[in-house]
Every structure is written in C-alpha cells, then in structure tokens.
Design a protein around this ligand. Structure first.
Ligand code: KIV
Ligand code: NA
Length: 263
C-alpha cells in the first residue's frame, strides 16, 4: 500500500471508492492492520473500554492517548494515523490547541474531535495550524450520560437535518473528514452527498465513503452486548491477519456493512 494521506482519502471520495479504517492501540496490531491494507488507523478513546475496562470513554486521559499513539505510530506502516481528542480537552481554545499539539507530537496525523456546530471555531484554529481534523457526529460517546445510553441518533427528520447541517458547518470551518456514528443509513447517505469531505461511518450504513470498526469487535473479543453494526471477522478467518484482510476486502467490495448491520 502506498502512503495514505488526506489526499488519498479525498481521491477515493471523488472516485466513488470506499476505504477501511480500524482502531489500533499498539504497534503489533497497527502493523497487522496496515499489512492487511486498512487505510486509516484510529487510536480511539474506546481504549478506555476495550483496554482499560471502563464502561465509557470519559476516564481516558491525554497521557493515556499519547502513550497508545506513540505505540501505534511505530507499527502504522503506510496507513494514516488518526487520534481521538479525549473528553474535556476542548474546555478552552488554548487547551484544545495544546492537547492536539501533544497528540500530533506523539505521532497523530489527524485529530478526531467530538462536538457539534459549536466546535467550528476550534476546528478552524486547528486547521489553520496544520492539524487536519475529523469531526465526529451522530452518537458522540463522550456525551453518553447526556444521551442516556448508546442510542441511534438522527432518527427523526429534525434531528437528521441538524446533524447534516452540523456536518456542513464543520466542513466549512475546515474539518477534512466527517465521522458519523450510529445513524440511519439514509442519513449517512445524505451527509455523504452534502459535503465534499470524506465521510466515515460506524453503524451509519453502506452509503458513506469509508467504514470503521473497533478492533476488538472485528476479532470477537468484545464482552457484553455487541451492537448491531459490528461483525466478528475472525469467525470466518484462520487468524488475525486473515480477519483484518477479510474486513478490508469486504469494505472495499461493499459487502460490509450489509442491511443487517445498518439502521
Ligand atoms: O474511540 C473509538 O474507537 C471511536 C470509533 C468507534 C469511531 O471513536
Ligand atoms: Na472515540
């Protein structure tokens, strides 16, 4: 695989080609995912749940994410390394810029931030300084206590229109990529059509530009209830490398996600 950059993702979008993304938290799994052709690796704050055993992403600190970013960066190969901004790193513009700077120094090549239209100013300041931003909309796990659980977002027309409008606002502010979590497939399609930036989906249906899953879900080692949009690719493969290849190939061929994984 040639080095994946933001331009690569933009070219995929223009060509109507899809790409795959997977979370990675250390060098060995990052290497395996990159070797499988997975274009984007995310050091997600989901590490609070799948690595640390918390029941939300809120306890994850900047230092935690920096540590895992340094680890994953050493194995990322030619994949693009995206990294989550942790909960409450956006309490002020200054803190946002400093914390994003720390993540970039640790090896991030793009920063993913949760937050709706009000994040526009922060996104503008980050992109001005050369930090590419992915704006995470729909189900934003850092707001779980406000949402009252991990629930599908944008089900009614008004909510759906607000999410699409937020995507437009944040792309205008400079966001290079939009990530949509847990929304109806029809809204995934609408957002993909509404913005020129690549749209990555998780539980957002097949009609977006790229797909992402949490690595533990792909390998079937998630405990507790698994959400509708995940698939255990290890169940159909001989080993972890095979599971990652299968996930990548199924995304590229638009075999995943199927209707059964969508809302
Ligand atoms: O933290 C994470 O893994 C994420 C993905 C689920 C998109 O934000
Ligand atoms: Na996250």
């Amino acid at each position: 695989m040639k080095t994946v950059t933001l331009s690569t993702l933009q070219a995929y979008k223009r060509a109507g080609e899809t790409f795959s993304c997977l979370t990675a938290y250390d060098a060995s799994f990052a290497r395996a995912a990159s070797d499988a052709g997975i274009e984007v690796l995310l050091v997600g704050d989901s590490l609070g749940m799948v690595l640390q055993g918390h029941d939300s992403t809120l306890p994850v600190t900047l230092d935690d994410i920096c540590y895992h970013t340094r680890c994953a960066a050493r194995g990322k190969g030619n994949s693009l390394l995206m990294v989550d901004l942790p909960f409450m790193s956006n309490t002020s513009q200054e803190r946002l810029l400093q914390d994003a700077g720390e993540l970039m120094r640790a090896g991030a090549e793009m920063i993913k931030v949760e937050g709706e239209a009000w994040m526009a100013d922060g996104i503008r300041e980050l992109t001005r300084r050369g930090v590419p931003v992915c704006a995470h909309l729909g189900l934003a796990p850092q707001t779980v206590h406000q949402l009252g659980g991990y629930k599908v977002q944008g089900r009614d027309a008004e909510q759906a229109e607000r999410i699409a409008a937020d995507a437009r606002t944040l792309v205008e502010a400079g966001a290079s990529v939009i990530l949509l979590e847990c929304v109806p497939a029809s809204l995934g399609r609408a957002v993909r059509e509404a913005v020129a930036a690549p749209v990555i989906g998780i539980g957002a249906g097949a009609d977006v530009d790229g797909q992402i899953l949490v690595m533990h879900d792909v390998l079937g080692v998630t405990h507790g209830r698994t959400p509708r949009f995940v698939k255990n690719f290890l169940a159909e493969a001989d080993d972890i490398a095979g599971a990652f290849r299968r996930y990548h190939e199924d995304v590229k061929a638009r075999r995943f996600p199927a209707a059964e994984h969508s809302f």
